[in-house]
Design a protein around this ligand. Structure first.
Ligand code: SF4
Length: 123
């Protein structure tokens, strides 16, 4: 797989207290993604849209990578993360693959990630 097709995966959980994540077991979900799917790694972040999220992105983002973030709606993610991506020389529309997994079960969210990775050619 080329560098451009390597995908880092993050689950953003709105502090872990948001009702939108009550139907899933976030630990089962993230472990299935990191073990069963073709991602470089997978982790949970509590709140990427806060100030420390910007600092995290500043340390973490690489130009040769795509990032799939499962969390809130894509339109929100594009808006919330645009500046942090731009700071690191990335185009949020190109380098971010945002997935809305709120109100999904563990299985439904897993299947959405699996399907989207296939569409991106990450096998
Ligand atoms: S980026 Fe979205 S999912 Fe993550 S904490 Fe902010 S609103 Fe919640």
């Amino acid at each position: 797989m080329t560098e451009a097709k390597k995908i880092g995966f993050a689950l953003c959980v709105c502090t872990g207290k948001c009702p939108g994540f009550e139907k899933m077991d976030m630990w089962d979900f993230i472990n299935r993604v990191r073990i069963e799917l073709p991602v470089e790694y997978a982790f949970i972040h509590p709140q990427l849209c806060e100030e420390d999220g910007d600092r995290f992105f500043d340390d973490y983002l690489r130009e040769d990578r795509k990032y799939m973030i499962a969390g809130c709606a894509p339109t929100m993610q594009y808006k919330l993360f645009r500046d942090a991506f731009k700071e690191r020389g990335l185009d949020v529309k190109k380098n971010l693959v945002p997935l809305d997994i709120r109100d999904m079960t563990t299985e439904d969210a897993f299947q959405l990630v699996e399907k989207t990775l296939k569409e991106l050619g990450a096998e």
